[in-house]
Write a protein that binds this ligand. Structure first.
Ligand code: GAP
Length: 444
């Protein structure tokens, strides 16, 4: 994990937030490469979960949430972690993470045994709307994206004219005042979720739970996460929310242990019923064919963007060996991102930076490829060093413009370049005009 955290900072994937002021605990900023990686993940999720389906539409709900919404959903009263305070070092600790010594609870921070009783601690961030600071002006930063989907169910149903089963998808920020943020970005206080609420008839719930579990596993394989590091936990009844008829956790083997990436839960009609009760508004569905009116049930695949980015980074990290400029073997750090997820798809290198014709041709190739993918131009340093820099950030393809490209080694090779593959390190000679079709065909 140390190597991964250090690479993330060194190469600009993830930085600690407010670092120059000592950092803000549990909050992270994504650097230039992290932003590209995260956007690729979100775009691919949106592509397969919304755009390629007739039965799912999107929503982009507000972060600031009316307290009545979160009162009805149960978050105001029950979204808590049991917490204890250490009277010796003043640390605030999760009760379920305390160490025990000779049967006595112990503070993992200072070893002290003078701890308070456990008290519920609400994980929501509260804020004030407007100028007056009275209790009626409270709003919450949403703790999940799901609730705005339930609250807008009727509006979306009316405008989209969808028939059951159909889903509403959303990607967006969520906030939880986690007591112990830890394991890099894994447990953060500000994070993003990719959630689908898939509404159905009650009798379809269990089958759709199995269906969505399969779909979601396939998604992780398609973004390049190795299947052998993915695990499915069938959450036992006593650990599920009381309203859930079935929940699967999709877990990933992180370097710090097997941990949840996504929950796929059959939430029955609990959320819609809660909002019907609290708002007094009808959030039901009328079936034209059977003439029945009922409250739909819901199956929810709920994934974490930041956790999936972390899994992508952990899964991609590899070390092998490759020759340096003098042919001596050295350790190569290589991020084996699936080309679909890689922040930069293709790097473009003129063989020498001081040969005007090579540089001009390389810039031409850059302009040619730019509309098709994210490319990076690099003319600094020996070519081997430039390859290594791209391997370390997972760029799957490298194009080198050399003297053959200029036609100096025979007319037959004019306007051809070498295309290097990150994983095999093999190079093939291809025509410049073929690159805009060839590289995308290897990415999809
Ligand atoms: N709407 C259901 C829901 O929010 P959850 O299991 O609490 O369920 C869903 O959260 C996903 O959101 C988790 O599987 C995880 O990927 C992500 N997530 C939850 N809390 C997180 C945190 N503190 N930091 C990063 N990701 C988190």
């Amino acid at each position: 994990m140390e190597k991964i955290v250090s690479l993330c900072k060194r190469r600009g994937f993830i930085f600690q937030s407010s670092e120059i002021y000592g950092g803000l605990n549990g909050v992270w900023d994504y650097g230039p490469l992290g932003t590209e990686l995260k956007n690729n993940l979100k775009q691919y999720w949106w592509q397969v979960m919304v755009r390629e389906r007739d039965d799912v539409v999107g929503l982009d709900g507000a972060i600031l949430t009316h307290p009545a919404v979160l009162k009805a959903s149960g978050h105001v009263d029950t979204f808590t972690d049991p917490m204890v305070d250490c009277r010796t070092c003043k640390a605030r600790l999760r009760a379920d993470q305390l160490a025990e010594k000779n049967g006595a609870r112990q503070c993992p921070n200072c070893g002290g045994k003078d701890l308070t009783e456990a008290r519920p601690f609400n994980l929501m961030f509260q804020t004030q709307m407007g100028a007056s600071a009275d209790p009626t002006s409270i709003a919450y930063l949403r703790p999940e994206t799901a609730q705005s989907i339930f609250v807008q169910f009727k509006n979306v149903l009316d405008v989209s004219r969808k028939k059951l089963p159909f889903g509403i998808a959303q990607i967006g920020k969520a906030f939880r005042n986690e007591i112990n943020p830890r394991n890099f970005t894994f447990r953060s206080r500000e994070f993003e979720q990719m959630e689908l609420e898939y509404f159905c008839r009650p009798e379809q719930g269990m089958d759709l739970l199995a269906y969505w579990l399969k779909e979601r596993i396939r998604f992780y394989e398609e973004i390049g996460i190795s299947r052998k590091r993915l695990h499915v936990l069938d959450v036992p009844e006593k650990e599920r929310a009381f309203y859930s008829k079935g929940t699967f956790d999709i877990e990933y083997e992180f370097p710090f242990g097997r941990q949840e990436l996504e929950g796929v839960a059959y939430r029955t009609d609990y959320d819609l019923q809660q909002h019907i009760k609290a708002s007094g508004k009808p959030l039901d569905y009328f079936d034209d064919e059977t003439k029945e009116r009922f409250v739909p049930h819901v199956v929810e695949p709920s994934a974490g963007v930041d956790r999936t980015v972390l899994a992508l980074i952990c899964d991609a990290y590899d070390e092998d060996s490759a020759p340096d400029e003098k042919g001596k073997m050295e350790t190569r750090i290589v991020m084996r991102f699936h080309p679909r997820m890689a922040p930069i798809k293709c790097a473009i290198f003129p063989l020498l930076r001081n040969k005007e014709a090579l540089v001009a041709k390389a810039r031409e190739v850059q302009a040619l490829l730019r509309p098709h993918m994210n490319v990076f131009y690099d003319e600094g340093g020996a070519i081997g060093r430039r390859y290594r820099r791209q391997d370390e950030i997972g760029t799957p393809f490298g194009v080198t413009i050399d003297f053959e490209t200029l036609g100096e080694k025979g007319e037959g090779l004019r306007d051809t370049v070498t295309l290097r593959d990150r994983d095999s390190m093999k190079q093939e000679r291809v025509g410049i005009k073929d690159l805009p079709q060839l590289i995308p065909s290897k990415i999809r």
